[in-house]
Design a protein around this ligand. Sequence first.
Ligand SMILES: [Zn+2]
Length: 221
Amino acid sequence: MNLFRTIKLTASSLVFPLYCPACGKIWYNGTGWICPNCWDTLSPPGRGTWYHIRSLKGKVLVAFQYSEITRNLVHYLKFYGRVDIASESGKWAVGRLKDELSGIHLKGIVPVPLHPVRVRERGYDQNLIIAHSVADQLELPVFDNIIKRIRNTPPQSRLSDNERRRNISDAFAPEKESISLKQGTLLLVDDVIHTGATVLGCIKAIRKAGFRDVMVLAVFG
Ligand SMILES: [Zn+2]
């Protein structure tokens, strides 16, 4: 369905000009939903709820502020099959954070896992696609077998902050006693960071798997 949609979108954009929904200028390609200029000028992140979690201090890199445009990007990415937004957002996030990332000795990329039921419903795993996009830019491997999601939690957006924390704290588990790379820093990749509860749950599971150093890259936050 998603491949079909991408082909259809690309084919139609050759005939009918598409317009960037953010700036209104003609944007023939349409990949990534908004045009390159709009990606390039998205606002830097503010200090979200996660910023005040002490154990995340200095460990989280966020590329773009969660705004009206980025809220729509996430919405199209998650609910309208726009997988192209996932790969574009990984690319633009690395571009935005290249100075910060260049100072870290990274061993590999870990996507925040979705529950298999959610992936089946959606037809794709947007975090895995973002992770591969980030990994391609940084020329690093993706480790999608270090942690897994063991509970299918309700969509976070419907919950209060306290409910989110309770909901998510034990939703992840180490999947394997894995890989002989436990000395390096792993980069945990998520599409959106809000309270920080999801990444805290993941970091806990990654540590249980035997890895000490984890940094977080969230595209939006
Ligand atoms: Zn634009």
